[in-house]
Design a protein around this ligand. Structure first.
Ligand code: MN
Ligand code: MN
Length: 487
């Protein structure tokens, strides 16, 4: 068979018509949009610097929500279209009522606001060799060597024996001291650390936080004078005593603010971007909606406990979402029938807003270049997660992926599609499968990070902004059901 040789222009046309073009997002943007990207990242940095725990993030969300006209569900009256929920101070949701009935389903963006960290144990404070320390139990997937020999802060809440609670943040203000976990000097580390696997070189029980070294003057036979001084300090400043630390949630997190990274300031570096970057982007997306602007009711859901499997009553496996739907039925004056809730959930659509791994130029061997997310190429749509043959994944339906990509293309969102790492190299999960359990269409979408799960995670500013645009488009678009043949 003889084939016609294509001319240069015919070739170009074919490429344009058939190939999916991959270009770094920044180079697509107009000057005005570039400014928007940079401005958006400034607000994000100050959010990251202050909201380092799930409770602090819930506070931020409530404040931002109320400033933008969202009313706590306990105080709503007829006519309120913007509603705010919190639960146990660790889970939050915002909703904007749409024109359509709830019975036809809602649109949900679910992110998580917990991040890997070191929690204090139940009996944390002890003294050893005239120094005081706090024992920790790590939360979520960490590389333990990240946490030694660096400035740390303590954030959390203590419930005192009179039942009152006190919030604690130490190590963020420049006038505050910081805390730290000591590491062994290289001169003596050859055997106990150097000969071991990276994952075993620093045992969890050695992640003890240095908090004191001054003796409280007292009688000669007095014991643990450094520990007692620390308790005295805590008592003077916060009115707490040792037993109060049992009814407390104190989290050890990296100290200091999020920073711009790179000589060209392309990146934001900071703790907890998995997954507060999606929490922030979806929060800003729902805050940006005009009251009259949404067809379906939209929800931004901010979940806890994702990093430890989504269990617990503030995690994605809880029934909080169902309660929100009942409240929304009430807001629309609908008396739900026995199957109304299940039907509304099944007709809903969700984005599981969570980060993915960007290809790390130094570790390309764990990535599959054609399918992993590129830093600076926009939000990444992840059809499936899981490991070892998609095990435990919510594998989004092609029809739903089609619906999402048409929306994003229509709104000028710059996006990419990919998965996390080479097949059989590792993998991970998100809240997607717990959303899908309700029957709703769900797909993962979020920005790629570098150094994910480290104390200083890196995002590209353009990926942050495109995530915001993508979530906004999901909320704003005119709907029309996903193209299932049985619809
Ligand atoms: Mn995550
Ligand atoms: Mn994570």
């Amino acid at each position: 068979m003889k084939e016609k040789r294509l001319s240069k222009s015919e070739w170009k046309r074919l490429e344009k018509d058939l190939l999916r073009e991959k270009r770094p997002a920044w180079s697509h943007l107009k000057a005005k949009e570039r400014k928007e990207v940079l401005d958006f990242s400034n607000g994000y940095r100050s959010f990251l610097s202050t909201a380092k725990t799930e409770r602090e993030t819930v506070d931020f969300i409530c404040r931002a929500g109320e400033e933008n006209g969202f009313v706590p569900v306990s105080r709503i009256s007829s006519g309120n279209k913007k509603i705010l929920w919190t639960y146990k101070n660790k889970l939050a949701a915002l909703a904007v009522l749409g024109k359509n009935t709830i019975s036809r389903g809602v649109r949900i963006i679910a992110s998580h606001i917990d991040s890997p960290r070191l929690d204090l144990k139940q009996n944390p404070l002890y003294e050893e060799l005239d120094m005081a320390f706090l024992k920790t139990h790590y939360y979520g997937g960490i590389k333990k060597f990240h946490w030694v020999a660096r400035p740390l802060a303590i954030h959390g809440t203590v419930l005192k024996d009179d039942g009152r609670s006190v919030r604690i943040v130490i190590g963020e203000d420049m006038s505050d001291p910081v805390l730290t976990i000591n590491d062994l000097l290289p001169h003596l580390a050859a055997k106990v650390q150097g000969d071991k696997k990276l994952s075993e070189a620093i045992p969890a029980e050695k992640l003890n936080v240095l908090v004191g070294g001054l003796h409280l003057p007292g009688p000669d036979e007095a014991k643990e004078a450094v520990k007692l001084r620390i308790l005295t300090l805590l008592n003077e400043r916060f009115g707490i005593k040792e037993e109060d630390l049992i009814s407390a949630e104190l989290e050890i997190v990296p100290a200091g603010p999020a920073r711009e990274v790179g000589l060209d300031m392309a990146f934001v570096g900071g703790y907890g971007q998995d997954d507060r970057i999606c929490a922030y982007a979806s929060l800003q997306a729902i805050l940006s909606l005009e009251e009259q602007g949404v067809e379906d009711t939209v929800i931004a859901l901010f979940l806890d406990k994702e990093e430890i499997g989504s269990d617990g009553n503030t995690g994605a496996k809880s029934r909080f979402l169902e309660l929100i739907l009942y409240d929304l039925f009430r807001c629309q004056g609908i008396v739900p029938e026995a199957d109304s809730l299940v039907r509304a959930l099944m007709d809903s659509r969700a984005i599981s807003a969570d980060v993915t791994a960007g290809i790390d130029p130094d570790y390309q061997e764990v990535h599959e270049k054609r399918n992993d997310a590129r830093i600076g190429y926009g939000i990444c749509l992840t059809k499936y997660t899981g490991a070892r043959g998609k095990y435990s994944a919510n594998d989004a339906h092609a029809e739903y992926v089609n619906w999402i990509r048409r929306i994003w293309n229509g709104f000028g969102v710059l996006w990419q599609a990919g998965e996390l790492g080479k097949v059989d190299e590792g993998g991970g999960g998100t809240v997607a499968k717990y959303m899908a359990k309700h029957g709703m269409d769900t797909v993962d979408a979020g920005p790629p990070l570098l150094s994910m799960h480290s104390p200083f995670e890196i995002c590209h500013k353009v990926d942050l902004f495109m995530s915001y645009k993508a979530y906004q488009a999901f909320y704003q678009c005119d709907g029309g059901a996903a193209p299932y043949e049985d619809n």
